[in-house]
Structures are given as structure tokens and as C-alpha cells.
Design a protein around this ligand. Structure first.
Ligand SMILES: Cc1ncc(COP(=O)(O)O)c(C=O)c1O
Length: 395
């Protein structure tokens, strides 16, 4: 769209126009073609094709029938904050109280609010790369500067604590980490996460850990910085039910942190949200306290799907593929094809009918990669892999 003359917007609007905000152009074209009836396999947006479990649907219906359609406490329903604290303590052996939990409409909103409370103009947030496509905009929206530190070491991913320490300046306020990782599918080990947490504690930095894929670690156990006591007074855990319980559209998540941060988050939630829907929170309590089979089912589903996609892509000329350890994506380096990732994604859609996301949205160090979502049944992923192989071989 061309800029209108004489119309001004706030300075932050330029800052939030990051590569991540433009990541969905191929996806939008693919969705339009799908709607027009074309045979297109869309592997872009990270939404699972599995329905929300029946007992959670029943809980929202009960809540609505009971007239639970009014304002909720701004920081969240007590029962949900309690359930979140209990689940977190059970997972990590921590002793979070429910007053340390603030409910938000999804992990995205919890991340946005956490960064707003931790950094501002003139300050920096180290964003460990590759990162989820919204992170740079989240930091920029607070007026702070995202400073990328890459975890990519050639064909492997791992923490380089020396590089991280070199990137820290007197203006650095926080480090933002996502494990299990979107887009690269790696799961950091307990030793790495513990060392990172201790480094942040030593440098007096906040550590914000996005754990939305914690339940979807299938080839390596998820490790949380919450297991490192030294960081607990500067740690923010962000999570949601979107990925773990097939509840993306419900928009329900949370941030957990020390009590003073929780108080700031509560005031920000007042200014920005004035609470999350009561009936959704009731359903979230049912999700957290009821049967947890869905988490294991999804873990198994993604493992099978990743096997199917990797099998069908084996030997594809010019691709280097990282087998995911968790999450719902597969990252593939495509530089040996001689194409830039944007051109690769555009031509793959036009010529083979498969939609993927070009890597730049996830950071400079994976700009020569594409991301494929495990968001279709295994047979469809195998078909996508076959199309990609045929297309690459015919070029
Ligand atoms: C790493 C990561 N964090 C956060 C989110 C946002 O999750 P939610 O739906 O809970 O806002 C996503 C969604 O894809 C994600 O991949």
C-alpha cells in the first residue's frame, strides 16, 4: 500500500514493521488459492488441525449456560491462576503462588505485556535467534531495541554464552528465549538452560522464557529455567493452552513471575484488556485440571508427522533439514538450491502448490532457510515432501 501524503502515524508504527510482520505474504496467497479451490498444501501458520477436546467444549457450554458472561478479575479468575501455579509447580518443583500468575489472551499477549513491563526506550532486549516471527515487533512496540544473538552454529543449534555476554551492554534489560523452538525445532538441554539462567542472574538481566511448546517435546525432554533457583526473582515464564491443548482460537495464556512484576503486569492488563473472558477461563480450568491425554496425543502426532515429512524429503537435492526435537515445525536450509528463501517460497507455491514461510522472519541467521509446519495429516505432508522433491529435481 502506498503511504498517504500528509498523514502521520506514531514512531512505533515504523519500528513494528519488522520482517516478521511481512512473513505471511506467501501464506496469504496460498490461502486465497485454497479458497478458490486450488490443490495447495498450506504449511505456513502454526495452527493444529485437531479439535479442542470434548470435555473442554462441555466446560465452556456449562459456563455460558450458568451465565458466566460478565467481567472477570483483571488479573484472571482465582481458580485459573491457582491451576496454572499448581501445574507449573508440579512440572518444575517450584513454589509459585497464584498471585504470581497473570492471565492474558494467549502467550502472545503475555509476551507483549512482559516486555512492556521490563524494557523501554533506550533499552535493549537480547532475542535469542532463531526466534518466533513476532518477537522483534514485541520488543520494538515497547520502544526498546531487539539485539539478536544467534544460536546457529553452522549446521547445529546451541547456546553460545560467550556470544551472548558480548552482546550485553549497560542498556540490556532482558533476554528472550523460546524452547522448544519455533522455527528450528530444537529443544535446549537442562545444562544449557541452567547455564543461561545463571548467566542472566549474574548479569542482573531478566530472562523471559516462552514455553508454549513445553508439552510438545518428543525427541528431547523440555528443560525450564524455572529449575534454576538463582534466576527465579528475574524469571518470566510465558505459556498458553494454544498448542498443548489444541486451543489456538480460544486465546488464553499467562505470564508467571516474581510478585512485583505480577503487580506491574496486572496494572498493564487493566490498561490494555480489563480482564479476559470468564467462560474461556472456566474452560481453561477444565483443560488444566481434567484429562491431559491431548498433550500426549499431540506429541505423538507431531512425531509421526515429522517422520513422514522427513522421510518424503530424504535426499531432496539442495536441502539441509534439521530433524525437530519438539514443536510443530521443520526448518530446512535451502542455500544449496541457489535460490533466496523468498524466491524459493514464491516459486514453490506457484510451481508445486506447497506454501512455506521464508526464514528471514525468524532472524538473519536463518534467512537461507524455509519453515514447514506439521499442520496437515501425515499423508498430506508426505505428498508435500514428494512435490518439493519433484520440483527441486526438475529445476
Ligand atoms: C513460540 C511461540 N510463542 C508464542 C506463540 C503465540 O501463542 P498464543 O496462541 O498462545 O498467543 C506462538 C504461536 O505460534 C509461538 O509459536
Amino acid at each position: 500500500m502506498t503511504a498517504r501524503t500528509g498523514v502521520r502515524f506514531g514512531a512505533r508504527t515504523a519500528a513494528i514493521a519488522t520482517p516478521g510482520s511481512r512473513a505471511w505474504q506467501v501464506s496469504d496467497r496460498a490461502e486465497a488459492r485454497l479458497a478458490a479451490g486450488d490443490d495447495v498444501i498450506v504449511l505456513t501458520v502454526g495452527d493444529v488441525d485437531v479439535p479442542t477436546p470434548a470435555h473442554i467444549l462441555a466446560a465452556v457450554q456449562r459456563s455460558l449456560a450458568a451465565g458466566r458472561t460478565h467481567y472477570a478479575p483483571i488479573v484472571g479468575e482465582p481458580a485459573l491462576r491457582e491451576a496454572v501455579a499448581a501445574r507449573t509447580n508440579h512440572r518444575y518443583g517450584t513454589r509459585y503462588g497464584s498471585e504470581q500468575v497473570v492471565i492474558f489472551p494467549g502467550a502472545q499477549s503475555a509476551l507483549f505485556s512482559s516486555i512492556q513491563c521490563l524494557a523501554g526506550p533506550g533499552e535493549e532486549v537480547v532475542v535469542l535467534e532463531p526466534f518466533y516471527a513476532t518477537y522483534e515487533a514485541v520488543v520494538a512496540a515497547a520502544g526498546a531495541v531487539p539485539v539478536a544473538v544467534s544460536l546457529r552454529q553452522g549446521q547445529a543449534f546451541g547456546l553460545d554464552l560467550a556470544a551472548l555476554e558480548r552482546a550485553v551492554t549497560p542498556a540490556t534489560r532482558a533476554v528472550l528465549l523460546n524452547t522448544p523452538n519455533n522455527p528450528a525445532g530444537f529443544v535446549l538441554g537442562a545444562d544449557e538452560v541452567g547455564a543461561l539462567a545463571r548467566l542472566c542472574a549474574r548479569l542482573g538481566l531478566w530472562l523471559v522464557c516462552d514455553e508454549v511448546y513445553a508439552e510438545i517435546a518428543y525427541a528431547r525432554a523440555h528443560a525450564s529455567p524455572a529449575c534454576e533457583p538463582a534466576i527465579l526473582d528475574r524469571l518470566v515464564l510465558v505459556d498458553s493452552l494454544s498448542k498443548s491443548h489444541a486451543m489456538t482460537g480460544w486465546r488464553i495464556g499467562w505470564a508467571i513471575g516474581p510478585p512485583d512484576l505480577a503487580a506491574h503486569l496486572g496494572r498493564l492488563a487493566m490498561a490494555s484488556l480489563f480482564g479476559s473472558p470468564t467462560f474461556i477461563q472456566d474452560a481453561a480450568v477444565a483443560a488444566l485440571t481434567g484429562p491431559q491425554d491431548i498433550c500426549a496425543e499431540l506429541r505423538q502426532l507431531y512425531r509421526e508427522r515429522s517422520d513422514a515429512l522427513l522421510h518424503s524429503l530424504a535426499g531432496a537435492p539442495g536441502l539441509h533439514i534439521w530433524a525437530p526435537q519438539g514443536g510443530m515445525f521443520v526448518l530446512a536450509e535451502i542455500s544449496a538450491t541457489g535460490l533466496a528463501a523468498d524466491a524459493f517460497a514464491t516459486r514453490l507455491l506457484e510451481e508445486a502448490g506447497v506454501a512455506v514461510v521464508p526464514g528471514l522472519a525468524f532472524g538473519q541467521s536463518v534467512a537461507d532457510c524455509i519453515r514447514l509446519g506439521l499442520t496437515q495429516p501425515a499423508e498430506r505432508l508426505a505428498e508435500a515432501g514428494a512435490r518439493i522433491r519433484r520440483w527441486l529435481a526438475a529445476r
